[in-house]
Design a protein around this ligand. Structure first.
Ligand code: HEC
Length: 148
């Protein structure tokens, strides 16, 4: 009895949590862009484990990392409306709105470098492509993020 109630409670919270996330993501570009970048961060941890040989090279796993980057590059530039310059613990720099073209170009380059990784066939190729694409992180953050 107690166990059943516990499971039901956990499932209930789970479903509610998913619903809430979907609503927030739709209505709040700051949360959505921060979550997108958190996904990029998680993919980078996965990629680093492959590059270091902690996780054996696997073409599907390698491609999954580059796909997260490519998807983020497509989505991110649209998540910076004038209404979302501040608030929501954003670290977005005002520079994004002052230099929209440069910001979009930085994501276009990130996407191109991610696409170069799509065809890697071994860990050596992965290291090269992963090394190149992850140079974009610091370059973009230095210009378009404020330090907190
Ligand atoms: C072309 C620009 C650009 C590139 C490339 C980029 N980022 Fe970001 N990133 C941003 C911006 C802008 C923010 C701030 C978003 C906000 O707070 O509104 C951010 C935020 C983040 C955050 C903090 C998310 C949070 O709020 O908790 C992480 C983690 C992150 N990026 C990881 C990465 C990694 C890892 C890479 C490279 C694989 C990368 N980013 C590439 C622009 C970029």
């Amino acid at each position: 009895m107690i166990r059943t109630a516990f499971v039901a409670a956990v499932l209930g919270v789970g479903v509610f949590g998913i619903g809430l996330t979907a609503v927030v993501a739709q209505s709040d570009p700051t949360t959505e862009r921060r979550n997108t970048m958190k996904g990029v961060g998680a993919a980078t941890r996965d990629g680093a484990a492959i590059a270091k040989g902690e996780v054996p090279f696997d073409a599907a796993k390698a491609q999954a990392v580059f796909k997260v980057y490519a998807d983020a590059s497509k989505k991110m530039p649209g998540l910076f409306p004038d209404s979302a310059k501040t608030g929501g613990d954003t670290t977005a720099s005002p520079k994004i709105w002052e230099d929209q073209a440069g910001f979009k170009a930085a994501f276009a380059k990130f996407e191109t470098d991610a696409a170069a990784g799509a065809a890697v066939a071994d860990v050596g190729g992965f290291r090269t492509a992963f090394g190149n694409v992850t140079k974009n992180c610091g370059t973009c953050h230095e210009t378009y993020r404020i330090k907190k």
